[in-house]
Design a protein around this ligand. Structure first.
Ligand code: ARG
Length: 445
């Protein structure tokens, strides 16, 4: 029945928990010695056996196949030190052991991912600073709306990523609770010291309810949710990179190695890296749905279904890390094509709101001003002119309120720089924003 064992087992995908499993077993053994459940010399043998297995694993030695990583380590320990190795499993069960391992592992991964996000944020901030004088059309409904600083647009992603890190930090708090000692589901009659194990394993607290502790996977679901939202943010940027690279836009170039050629169309450079990030988001969001579905309707307490959580958790974190690494390098290589971006601000009548505001500031009710400017835009379209190309006399055909100073309101740069409200797109506001985010990231001491 070899196939059946493989079917119900998890050894093919839980191997990466070997190190945390051994470390949590060492801590558990120390606790068993401290509470005199096993004696000192037994504890020492178990710990040195576990340490030697860990050393071999780090040197690429392969554990013999078993049903799962816990059995594999325990069997190897017994092989190396004799039946005494079996004492390690006193006062615990694989049910509290697996969820302990996963919590330790995710705590480590949260820290790694938060650092990767910070690295990417730093690249975005440098890009924003480098391009502080580039004005581009901001879109709503993907239609030209109002001019904005390219830096302002880039920084929008920095704030999204900041919230992604905050969410992960929060998820860390709920992951930082030790379930070990809950045993199979009901706790144990041995007089264990769970606080001591928590201290050894660097957990902030211990779980309060053994039934909850072995059944719960919401920390893992929350973790994958955090990653899903992060990758979702990345996909929005990827989509823009793909659009901006399209020759119809021609706003940016990115490093050659993030694109590929076509095997048939010699002229093409395809934005593959951005597309793959976008594609991988489907996997990561799919992992989240898989986890929801695995846990949904499961009666308490532990059920073997829960074992199937690991492939989704690992897949999502592996792929998000790859996406963050690639995004960081790709954005580092991004260059704005200034004259294309500038030319594009002249199209699309993106000064229209500003002209309406000009009238409103001169006492024309905004709704009336909106109608006047709508007519001016229609007139421009008919005459194939931009708003810049109209004369004052032409403006006055629509309203006598217009004076010579209207032309100050027509350049994309001056329009952007007039948006001095807090969090707005003027250079002054954006420089302030950069200082704030740098403070948050501790880039300024
Ligand atoms: N491999 C299992 C998992 O990943 C470990 C727990 C097995 N427990 C049990 N009672 N069969 O969840």
């Amino acid at each position: 029945m070899q196939d059946f064992e493989q079917f119900i087992g998890s050894f093919s995908f839980d191997g990466r928990l070997a190190e945390v499993d051994i470390n949590s077993s060492i801590a558990h053994t120390k606790m068993l010695v401290k509470t005199k459940i096993i004696d000192n010399s037994e504890g020492e043998k178990i710990i040195s056996g576990l340490t030697s297995i860990l050393k071999d694993i780090k040197e690429d030695w392969q554990l013999p196949k078993e049903e799962d990583i816990h059995y594999a380590i325990e069997k190897e320990l017994i092989k190396r030190i004799g039946p005494i190795g079996g004492k390690m499993h006193t006062a615990r069960s694989r049910n509290d052991q697996i969820v302990t391992d996963l919590r330790i592992y995710l705590k480590q991964e949260i820290k790694i991912i938060v650092n990767l996000i910070s690295d990417f944020q730093r690249v975005l901030i440098v890009k924003a600073e480098e391009n502080i004088d580039i004005i581009m059309p901001g879109f709503t409904h993907l239609q030209p709306a109002q001019p904005v600083l390219a830096a302002h647009h880039l920084l929008a992603y920095v704030w999204m990523l900041q919230r992604d890190k905050e969410r992960l930090d929060d998820c860390y708090k709920r992951t930082d609770i030790l379930p070990l000692g809950s045993a199979a589901l009901a706790g144990t009659s041995f007089s264990i010291d769970r606080q001591y194990t928590a201290q050894l394993l660097n957990f902030k607290s211990v779980s309060e309810n053994s039934i909850d502790a072995v059944s719960d996977r919401d920390f893992a679901i929350e973790f994958v949710f955090c990653l899903s939202l992060t990758v979702l943010h990345l996909t929005r940027f990827c989509e823009e990179i793909i659009l901006w690279m399209n020759p119809e836009f021609g706003y940016i170039t990115i490093g050659d190695k993030f694109t590929s050629g076509s095997s048939i169309m010699p002229q093409k450079r395809n934005p593959d890296a951005a597309e793959v990030v976008r594609g991988k988001s489907g996997r990561i969001i799919g992992d989240l749905i898989a986890l929801f579905t695995i846990v949904k309707s499961l009666p308490l307490t532990y059920n073997r279904d829960l074992q199937e959580d690991k492939p989704s958790v690992f897949d999502s974190l592996d792929n998000l890390k790859l996406c963050l690494e690639v995004m960081k390098k790709m954005v580092d290589s991004l260059k704005f094509v200034e004259e294309r971006v500038l030319r594009s601000t002249e199209k699309g009548f993106i000064a229209a709101t500003e002209i309406a505001d000009y009238l409103a500031k001169n006492d024309v009710p905004f709704r009336t001003a909106h109608g006047i400017v709508k007519d001016i835009v229609l007139y421009c379209k008919k005459k194939s002119k931009t708003l810049n190309e109209l004369s004052l006399a032409e403006y006055n055909k629509f309203s006598k309120v217009f004076e010579e100073d209207i032309f100050e309101y027509l350049s994309a740069r001056s329009i952007a720089n007039m948006k001095t409200s807090y969090g707005g797109t003027s250079k002054k506001s954006v420089l302030h924003q950069i200082e704030n985010i740098k403070n948050k990231l501790k880039l300024i001491e």
